[in-house]
Design a protein around this ligand. Structure first.
Ligand code: HGA
Length: 612
């Protein structure tokens, strides 16, 4: 999604802003721009495409300034063109915006009636004109912005500068993430702290509704016009965490980081073969009251939730529902007493999931219900972590590739820990069973390492996909969500149309698609459903489909004509979905590389989906 970077300093910040935008590239975007205030003028450059194009333009025009705002845009209103790229200017005001102004059309009509001329199709431009207009009567830039904010409906983060205020950057957070990076004699803003890590590790996390005024030496945060205190937090993340190292793509690096990421994630909760006593200790009372679980998530995180549903029900007899956040939030769900609502999100900022959480909390308060909320996410400082009763972090480190890999498998590991903890509290799982699963969990990083050894073989198979237009992924039980995830990965980064199905559903429709040209990927761990799955494979072969099978080494499934088999090391069936994620990730990755797509930033997609 869009990225905002801005700053007020004593030095020229054009390179800092460009470097910041580069560090936000992983979020996905279609154009980029920057505005610097210098000697009473707004100096602006905007370019369609990569930040590198903008960097070239800035080094050519040599624009500089010590106050500025910059932006990577992922278009929601108006095509990805230079005119629509941010910053937008009205008079002496320049604005960058992340989010959507829902009532922009109404505001635009009013502004046009007042004589303001629009030069873009964006919703954002209304903000620039509104601030410009408010300045006719407001005594300061801050007051002008305060006057404008109540007129805006929707979700937004804003960065605003003015030529007559060379030491002042105004920022607003309302529904879209925004942090302030605290420097010495200089201060910055960004939609993600990652952008500012080369210059500071001290951050202020703004809350919804906050308006802040930054100068070189001061940071003031206001709520309803009143100054409020927001703590400065120090981060120990290192800059190098976000580099590609020797890997060709972030996605490949992140696939290979999974053994370590899982080890980190489970280490926080385990002591030998038992759960640590202090693991989620503050949640014990809340968990002992819950009678069911509702998981809310989007995309890959939703698939993780689907797998957890099998685990909750099978292992600890706990009813569990899973729903896509963008549906959950708009269908007036009945909020049920004694339910644990679990939000899963890599960033902890996913707009639909966050909105679903907030709605749920409001409804529970209105009906006086006793619910517990929990976040599973990868960012300790995220909105979701701050707004739920409890949280469990995936310790995957920054995930830069838009297609989620290590965030997914660490979510699965975290969800298993949660299942075990709740089962232990409710006494619906024995300590022996917990010890057995924990032993297997410790073993998982090694099994993943062994599975990664298949990389070359999967690369060879991926050559057979390069010319394909469609693909099916089939699995049963907890491998049905892995089939969905495999199809999603292939779609996302290789742009091949792919669908995941529960293998038992084949005969209810998708079998009609199977012919000589249809590759069918099968996930075949050695579990109770293996024989049924083998029958489904026969059904595909009988119709000429070509099978690509990721199969347990002891499954008895052998390679033959139009049946390619990659052996996966044996793993306990309960944890097999974590391991079977690896071959489908590698397959999508290699197919995408062979097709020449932009693997880390696939077209039209964005990471950290902060608009709905
Ligand atoms: N609505 C604005 C900003 C879009 C955005 O935040 N994307 O992540 C536009 O379309 O320019």
């Amino acid at each position: 999604m869009c990225g905002i970077v801005g700053g007020v300093a004593e030095r020229n910040i054009s390179n800092i802003l460009i470097e910041g935008l580069k560090r936000l590239e992983y979020r996905g975007y279609d154009s980029a721009g920057l505005a610097l205030i210098n000697q009473g003028q707004v100096l602006r450059e905007r370019r369609v495409g990569k930040v590198a194009n903008l960097a070239d333009a800035v080094s050519e025009s040599q624009i500089s300034g010590s106050l500025g705002i910059a932006h990577t845009r992922w278009a929601t209103h108006g095509k990805p063109t230079e005119e629509n790229a941010h910053p937008h200017i009205s008079g002496n005001v320049a604005v960058v915006h992340n989010g959507i102004i829902e009532n922009y059309q109404e505001l635009k009509d009013d502004l046009e009636a007042l004589g303001y001329v629009f030069t873009s199709q964006t919703d954002t431009e209304v903000v620039a004109h509104l601030v410009n207009d408010a300045l006719k009567t407001a005594p300061s830039l801050l007051e002008a912005v305060r006057k404008v904010v109540p007129q805006l409906k929707g979700a937004y983060a804003l960065g605003i500068v003015h030529t007559d205020h060379p030491d002042e950057l105004i920022t607003v957070r309302e529904g879209s993430p925004l942090v302030i990076g605290v420097g010495i004699g200089e201060n910055f803003i960004s939609s993600d702290q990652l952008a500012l890590l080369p210059i500071t590790n001290r951050f202020i996390y703004l809350e919804e509704g906050d308006i802040a005024r930054l100068t070189r030496h001061t940071i003031e945060v206001f709520v309803d016009g009143q100054l409020v205190e927001r703590p400065v937090k120090e981060l120990d993340a290192t800059v190098s965490n976000a580099s590609k190292g020797e890997y060709k793509h972030y996605m490949l690096k992140e696939i290979y980081e999974q053994p370590e990421a899982i080890k980190q994630t489970i280490s926080q909760a385990l002591n030998g073969n038992a759960l640590r006593e202090d693991f989620l200790a503050s949640a014990i009372e809340d968990f002992s009251n819950i009678q069911q679980v509702q998981i809310i998530a989007c995309g890959t995180s939703y698939h993780a939730g689907m797998i957890a549903k099998y685990w909750f029900e099978q292992l600890i007899d706990m009813p569990c529902q899973v729903e896509i956040a963008s549906e959950f939030r708009y269908r007036s769900p009945v909020i049920v007493n004694n339910t644990l609502y679990v939000c899963i999100s890599q960033s902890g900022e996913t707009a639909d999931t966050l909105a679903a959480l907030r709605d749920t909390q409001k409804r529970a308060v209105a009906k006086n219900l006793n619910i517990t909320t929990m976040t599973i996410c990868n960012v300790a400082t995220s909105s979701m972590v701050r707004e739920t009763n409890h949280s469990l972090l995936t310790l995957a480190g920054p995930e830069i590739g838009v297609a989620s890999t290590k965030a997914f498998t660490t979510q699965l590991a975290a969800l298993m820990l949660l299942v075990l903890k709740i089962g232990q509290i409710k006494q619906t799982i024995s300590e022996d069973q917990i010890a057995k699963i924990v032993t297997e969990l410790w073993h998982t990083p090694k099994v993943i390492l062994d599975t990664l050894q298949n990389d070359k073989e999967i690369l060879r198979l991926s050559e057979l996909f390069v010319e394909k237009q469609h693909c099916l992924f089939l699995g049963r039980g907890t491998h049905f969500p892995i089939a969905l995830e495999g199809a999603l990965k292939l779609k996302e980064i290789s742009y091949i149309h792919a669908e995941g199905y529960a293998a038992g559903e084949l005969k209810h429709g998708p079998l009609a698609l199977v012919d000589n040209d249809m590759p069918v990927v099968i996930l075949a761990p050695k579990d109770d459903m293996l024989d049924k799955l083998k029958s489904n494979m026969e059904e595909v072969q009988a119709r000429g489909g070509e099978l690509f099978v990721f199969a347990d080494e002891h499954s008895g499934i052998k390679g033959k004509d139009r049946q390619h088999v990659v052996n996966v090391p044996t793993v306990d069936p309960i944890l097999a979905p974590i391991v079977y994620s690896i071959p489908v990730q590698l397959l999508s990755y290699h197919v995408a590389v062979l097709r020449g797509t932009d693997v880390d930033q696939p077209r039209n997609l964005a990471k950290s989906v902060t608009v709905e």
